[in-house]
Every structure is written in C-alpha cells, then in structure tokens.
Design a protein around this ligand. Structure first.
Ligand code: PLP
Ligand code: COI
Length: 350
C-alpha cells in the first residue's frame, strides 16, 4: 500500500492568502565546501548567517528558482516540471561560476522541503499553492571580485495565493519601461538576483502610472518585446497565431514553454517564437498575457506606451477565450484535474 500523508493541515484561510513570505517549519540546506556537496539536511532556522565578505552580498553571486506544489483532487502532491527548474539553476550556476547543483540534489531538496512542510500545502480547491524557492548563494570570506569558495543551496517554501491581487484570472496592466532589464549578451536569460534588483525601480515607475508591472523592450533597439518584470509574454494575434518573443535576453519560462505546447497541441494554433515589434504589431494583438509560476496566466488588459494606454478589452471585461482556455488547461494539469498527457507533473510521495 502506498504511504499517505497524515500530518493535519494548518488552520489557515487558504483562499485569502496573497503572495507573501510566511514562515514554515523546515527548509533544506546543502553546503558546497572543498569542491564537494554535503548530503543536505532539513533544518528549522529560517535565518542564514553568512560572512560579511560573502560574494552573494557584494557581487550578486547567487541564483534562485521558483516553482509550486499543488494538491490534486485525490490528495496527491504535485510539482510541475521540476527538472526544468533544476536545469535552469545549473545554467545560472555555470554563468556565474558557481558549482552546479546536480539534478538529483535539487529534486531531493525540493521534495524534502515540501514533504516536511506538508501541513502548509494548500488543499485542493483552495486556489492557493505551496511556493518553493530554491536558491544558490556564494558565501564565505572574500573581498576582491572573484568567485566564492563556499556555497549554500537552500530550499524554503511558503503557502501563497495569487501574485496579482484579484484571484483566478486577474486582468493586469503593463507599462513599457524606459529602463532596460537586460543587455543583449548579458544575463537576462538566467534567474539571478542581479536581474531583479535593477528592475525594482522600473516596477515602481510602472506602478506610479497605475500598472501592475513594467514591460521591458529589447535593450538594443527598444522596439521588440522582451518580458515583464516577473513574467514572460504571450500574444494571441488576430490572424490566429500564438506568439512569444524570440529574445534571448528573457528568462526561459517553464510556464511559457508549457503554454506554447498547449496552444499548439491542444488548441491547434500556429505557434511562433519571434521578435514582436510592439508599436508596429500592437493593433494586431487579440489577447496578451503575462505568464510565470507566480503570475500563472495573467491576461493583460492594457499596455502603456509612448504616453498613452492601449486597451485590449472593454471596461470590466475578463480574459479572452484563448487565454481562458490555456489557463484552464495549464492549471487543470498542474492541479491533477486533467489528464497529464505530456508527463509534466511530478508526485511528491509521503
Ligand atoms: N520571467 C521572469 C523575469 C521571472 O521572474 C519569471 C518567474 O519565474 C518568469 C519569467 C516565469 O518563469 P517560470 O514560468 O519558469 O516561472
Ligand atoms: C516566479 O514566478 O516564480 C518568480 O520567481 C517571480 C518572482 C519575482 C516572484
């Protein structure tokens, strides 16, 4: 007989959760010293004590990941394509001269952190999820600009609700930023903290205009869509095609790659990954969405560009049919409600 989780759930108002850090009991930690990873262990301390010279603090030698665990109708605990997060962390580590976290250690760290915090995994039907944040940081004594001698791989988890305020398929707005997120041959395609610190001001400026997030254009020509501050962009065009930017300065989003597959295989749409010239093509956009682990699929109702708002839907309108269908498919698979045709879910066993 398969083992069942028996720990009772926390008494939380799951449906009211926002996207905030909430401490849970356990986190996973492994240390890299003298060229070797420790086995890793569960710990309870949510503080990290690092040397004041740690390269993670001075030179942003760190990377992180984000994924979710969700509860299926039959109680199974499901991750979504965690091997892609492991792969992306290995790529970031290589770019920043950090030791790679082997896939087996990454997946074990995620599974152990999820399993140990079972009580915090939102139940099926609550609309909430357990957000999982793996991170790799350069620690240890250092002053000059060089790679750290020691590294910590840590995985903590926190139950979360929707990233944008309203639940479900929230319609958001984006404001094109005058600031650049990532240089053409820079680090935009890696999930590293350095990309996000520079984006904080852009987000604030976008919010001052009444938008949820900044929308970044390519840094070379300021013409083509790159991505939003914390999500990739997908567009359903009036001609029936489904398009996402071809830029190599954006994060290779697990959500976006999955949505492209669903648009092609399940909705029979012609998919394209190509440069999207925002000013030239905006009138051809039927539906736009921001997508990511935190954002899921958030339809974009309007975009601010060159001093004016460009709306895609009428006042008070909800998502269009393409994004609605993709949301239902994606979330249905992630929550174990729909058949997992593509083998995307990964069960965390008790
Ligand atoms: N783009 C950025 C800048 C992000 O921070 C995220 C979030 O992870 C994404 C895109 C979406 O990526 P994923 O779907 O893998 O979560
Ligand atoms: C995610 O979607 O997992 C992210 O990491 C976005 C983050 C900025 C909250």
């Amino acid at each position: 007989m398969t083992q069942q989780f028996t720990t009772p759930k926390k008494d939380l108002n799951w449906a009211e959760l926002g996207f905030q850090y909430r401490p849970t009991e356990f986190r996973f930690r492994a240390l890299h010293r003298n060229g070797q990873w420790s086995d890793g262990e569960l710990i309870t301390d949510n503080m990290i004590s690092v040397h004041e010279g740690a390269p993670a603090l001075h030179y942003a030698q760190q990377c992180f990941e984000g994924l979710k665990a969700q509860t299926a109708p039959d109680g199974r605990v499901l991750l979504f394509r965690p091997e892609l997060n492991a792969e992306r962390m290995r790529q970031a580590a290589e770019r920043l001269l950090m030791p790679q976290v082997p896939e087996a250690l990454f997946i074990r760290g995620v599974e152990e952190a999820v399993r140990a915090n079972y009580a915090w995994i939102p139940p099926h039907g609550s609309g909430a999820a357990l957000y999982i944040r793996p991170m790799l940081i350069g620690v240890g004594e250092n002053l000059g600009l060089k790679t750290a001698k020691e590294f910590e791989f840590r995985v903590f988890v926190s139950p979360v609700g929707p990233y944008y305020k309203s639940a479900g398929l929230a319609v958001i707005s984006l404001a094109v930023s005058d600031l650049d997120r990532a240089a053409p041959a820079g680090t935009g395609n890696y999930k590293i903290g350095a990309n996000y610190a520079g984006g904080l001001l852009a987000t604030r400026l976008a919010q001052e205009l009444g938008a949820n997030e900044a929308l970044f254009l390519d840094a070379r020509e300021r013409r083509y869509i790159d991505e939003a501050g914390s999500a990739n962009i997908v567009v359903a065009m009036r001609d029936g095609s489904f398009v996402t930017p071809g830029s190599n300065a954006v994060l290779p989003s697990v959500t976006r790659r999955s949505i492209m597959t669903l648009a092609e295989q399940e909705l029979g749409m012609k998919i394209e990954q190509r440069a999207i010239d925002l000013r030239k093509e905006i009138d051809q956009f039927e539906e736009v969405a921001a997508c990511g682990t935190a954002a899921v699929i958030s339809p974009v109702g309007k975009i601010y560009i060159d001093g004016q708002w460009h709306s895609f839907y009428g006042e008070g309108e909800q998502a269009g049919p393409v994004m609605q269908k993709l949301y239902n498919l994606l979330v249905g698979i992630q929550r174990g409600e729909l058949e997992d045709k593509f083998g995307w879910t990964h069960e965390v066993k008790a």
